[in-house]
Design a protein around this ligand. Structure first.
Ligand code: PLP
Length: 363
């Protein structure tokens, strides 16, 4: 197998654009005549500081982040934010609303319960997480310190297609798998965070966008490394940041810009996902797992309804170069992850392969 004969549908870490990888390769050993790799630079050197500042500015521009908000480049994955959010926002004896629409939101709610009272604003687990609650279905506490939701449920293939209305209660959102896929009114959010390995960069970097006035309220025993306030004061350089990943994010941001920015990504995701969903709706072998209104633009989950046949399909797909279409171990079935970097021809080829498979396997 080679890159030319395969398509990578991995849920994360996931495919990066070929031209981004090629640029990284070209600059790997000697970054623009500096005599060294970005991997070998001091994070406090002028040359790296320039890279850092440009990436941060490009991110703010791409997502239209207002000056009321700070952009942080942290580590620990999206999962560390499950702890960092309540430690910093819950306050003493605080409480928070959590919409539990999938596995990552469930873990986040459980983690938050260590620091305060968690009100489950919605829970879709009894219905196998194929649904996204409507505004009317949310049970909100008026005095919550924040409202938490996971914007795209990577495992179940559901996505919130609206931003919940919570009045003065700050919104906190895990956007690990759908950040930079659409225009966003960032001013409505208290915190947005994303592990980089789905839509932004290689694993090891977490991007946090935080409304500055929410920082500085961490619980007294919060480790310095987990204080948003500390990281804001030090511009993410309290300690060594994930330097190379930040550089990679920079290459990715330039690629997003060349392809029309978040508006361009929004158009592409609709085109990409429609290829698969349109086919699934007419297929007599496969069906989509998520409720129609809740379907994710990023993670298309589907099944034949037969565990063995699903497994056979994934195996046959892999043999033809369609890699990583096996569903998450928690839910089984199949899943095609089609983030920003996924080329349309790859998605078309997968749909074609599914049609061929249907012809030979439909009874
Ligand atoms: C992948 C993912 C996570 C976990 O990310 P890590 O960086 O591995 O901690 C959390 N939330 C969502 C929505 C994800 O897709």
């Amino acid at each position: 197998m080679s890159r030319e004969t395969t398509y990578n549908f991995a849920a994360g870490p996931s495919a990066l654009p070929l031209e981004v990888l090629e640029q990284a390769a070209a600059e790997l050993v000697d970054y623009r005549g500096s005599g060294m790799s970005v991997m070998e630079m001091s994070h406090r050197s002028a040359i790296y500081q320039d890279i850092f500042n440009e990436v941060k500015a490009d991110f703010k521009k791409a997502l239209n982040v207002p000056d009321t908000h700070e952009v942080l480049f942290l580590q620990g994955g999206a999962s560390l934010q499950f702890s960092m959010v309540p430690m910093n926002l819950m306050g003493e004896q605080g409480n928070a609303d959590y919409a539990v629409t999938g596995n990552f939101a469930k873990i986040a709610a459980k983690e938050a319960a260590k620091y305060g009272r968690v009100n489950v604003a919605a829970d879709t687990s009894l219905g196998n997480n194929v649904h996204i609650p409507s505004q009317d279905e949310l049970t909100l506490m008026p005095d919550a310190r924040y409202f938490y939701y996971c914007a795209n449920n990577t495992i179940f293939g559901t996505e919130w297609h609206y931003v919940p209305e919570t009045g003065s209660v700050p919104l906190v959102s895990d956007m690990s798998s759908d950040i930079l896929t659409q225009p966003l009114d960032v001013s409505r959010f208290g915190i947005i965070f994303a592990g980089a390995q789905k839509n932004l960069a290689p694993a090891g970097l977490t991007v946090v966008v935080i409304r500055k006035d929410l920082a500085g309220q961490e619980l007294p025993n919060t480790p310095l490394m987990l204080s948003y306030q500390r990281m804001i004061e030090k511009d993410s350089m309290y300690n060594t940041p994930p330097c190379y990943n930040i550089y990679m994010l920079g290459l990715m941001l330039k690629w997003v810009e060349r392809n029309g920015g978040v508006e361009g990504m929004d158009a592409l995701k609709r085109e990409r996902s429609a290829i698969l969903y349109n086919y699934l709706d007419e297929s007599r072998l496969f069906r989509g797992c998520a409720e129609r209104e809740a379907r994710s633009f990023m993670n298309v989950t589907f099944t034949t309804g037969d565990k063995d046949l699903d497994a056979d399909f994934c195996k046959a797909a892999a043999a033809k170069g369609f890699l990583n279409v096996k569903g998450h171990r928690l839910v089984g079935g199949c899943r095609a992850s089609i983030y920003n970097a996924q080329p349309i021809p790859a998605v078309k080829a997968l749909a074609e392969f599914m049609k061929e498979y249907e012809v030979t396997h439909h009874v």
